[in-house]
Design a protein around this ligand. Structure first.
Ligand SMILES: [Mg+2]
Length: 432
């Protein structure tokens, strides 16, 4: 059957582990392949960061889950090999993957460090058919870079992403619209993109257990229980595209930072202080590079490792901390539910402009001009006398660092990391 559009979703299998394994084997020449043994990538074991970030097939077979404590993982598998994360390596592996995709198309949208969509419309008439091409591409990545990917093939982003999550590793799956009833509808509803634990509970109460049951449910009933979110997931269950909900979400052309909060954050005021501290770091980097941004997104990971994010298009380009922070707070307020226990928060900015000129509105001209001058002064004081030489009074004596996310740390890469932590949920929208 001929399809109007062809979209691939490319997803690295156990990315952090595979990248470290490929590096150790192919570059360092080590004998052992971490993928052949029970192994995990995990943060330091003393702190709260001590969780499983990625696992090998054998570690998975031992019952180890991504996101669980390393201590618990070791109990399940005493001879488990634990390797530390290496963010520099991940960024370069990710870049190498994107370069291969760009050999064939300019339409590449990176979604996270190890996932991207790429458009291959028209390719079904080349390379011996689209599935053959997908397999060739998958094998080219494996041969050149030494790690495997899954490729989901369909006509839109939602369906290709769903196909990319079918059986792993090293496989190509199609999920064309005509295959939805057979391949997608029998799956449990929590396999659907954007359906988290809280939503699953509500759906179960409505007697909805499979994606097919959701697709065929009464939209008005869904909306009365789940508001707009009900309509969004009903559309997904019927195979309708993500756009505009996901819109160039995490671009590596942006500036972002996330942090695992020092203690589970339950109060809005604490969360906003973390957001301010993250924004300070992000905005400083933006100013250091003498650019401006016009899109802000916030991500939240909960204590049960559910991740969601939402973004907002600003009316103007900016490099002013306060302006980015106000946007981050506005987004946060839209996402926040009182039952949330926040474990990780992130602020990301994108749509970077090199010669961006501020669009003034009648009332804020003076205010933001002054703030731009003010931040230039603060930045130069910090450069001369150190990061801690100037800080906002609201951080004094508190537990939250006034600059979060590692301005001076090795993570200053411009890529938001830690994305393998949990099943992603996206709640993005433009121009809110
Ligand atoms: Mg992956």
């Amino acid at each position: 059957m001929k399809h109007e559009r062809i979209i691939f979703h490319i997803d690295v299998n156990s990315a952090f582990l595979a990248w470290t394994a490929a590096y150790k084997k192919n570059i360092l020449g080590e004998e052992l392949d971490l993928r052949d043994v029970a192994s995990i990538v995990g943060g330091s074991q003393e702190s709260r960061h001590g969780i499983v970030l990625a696992k090998s097939a054998k570690a998975k077979a031992a019952g180890i889950h991504t996101g669980e404590a390393i201590v618990a993982a070791r109990q399940k598998c005493p001879n488990l090999i634990v390797v530390p994360p290496d963010y520099h390596l991940y960024v370069s592996a990710s870049r190498a993957l994107m370069e291969i995709l760009h050999r064939y198309t300019d339409e590449v949208t990176q979604y996270s460090i190890d996932e991207a969509w790429a458009e291959f419309t028209g390719f079904d008439r080349l390379y011996g058919g689209i599935v053959t091409f997908a397999n060739d591409l998958k094998n080219e990545i494996k041969r050149e870079l030494g790690f495997t990917v899954n490729i989901g093939v369909s006509t839109n982003r939602l369906l290709s992403k769903m196909a990319g999550d079918f059986k792993k590793p090293d496989l190509v799956h199609t999920l064309f619209p005509e295959e939805i009833p057979k391949k997608m509808w029998p799956l449990p509803v929590d396999n659907l993109f954007f359906v988290g634990t809280a939503t699953v509970k509500k759906l179960h109460m409505l007697g909805i257990y499979t994606i097919g049951e959701l697709a065929n449910a009464d939209l008005n009933i869904l909306k009365s229980h789940l508001k707009n979110h009900g309509e969004v997931i009903w559309n997904y269950a019927n195979g309708n595209d993500l756009i505009p909900y996901v819109y160039q979400h995490i671009s590596n052309k942006g500036y972002g930072n996330s942090i695992t909060t020092p203690a589970d954050v339950v109060e809005i005021s604490q969360a906003k202080q973390v957001l301010l501290s993250l924004t300070e770091t992000v905005a400083t980097r933006i100013r250091m590079d003498q650019v401006k941004i016009s899109c802000v997104s916030v991500s939240i990971t909960t204590s049960s490792f559910e991740r969601s994010s939402m973004q907002m298009q600003l009316k103007t380009v900016t490099d002013v901390t306060e302006e980015i922070y106000l946007a981050a707070c506005e987004i946060f307020d839209r996402m926040y539910e009182p039952t949330l226990i926040i474990r990780q928060l992130g602020v990301h900015t994108s749509h970077v402009a090199v010669d961006g000129v501020r669009q003034y509105n009648l009332f804020d001209k003076d205010r933001f001009d002054k703030l731009e001058q003010y931040h230039k002064a603060i930045d130069s004081i910090r450069r001369k006398y150190g990061e801690d030489s100037v800080q906002r009074a609201c951080f004094l004596g508190g537990k939250i660092s006034h600059l979060s996310g590692g301005l001076d740390k090795e993570r200053r890469t411009g890529v938001t990391l830690g994305l393998d932590l949990a099943k992603e949920q996206e709640v993005s929208g433009r121009g809110m």
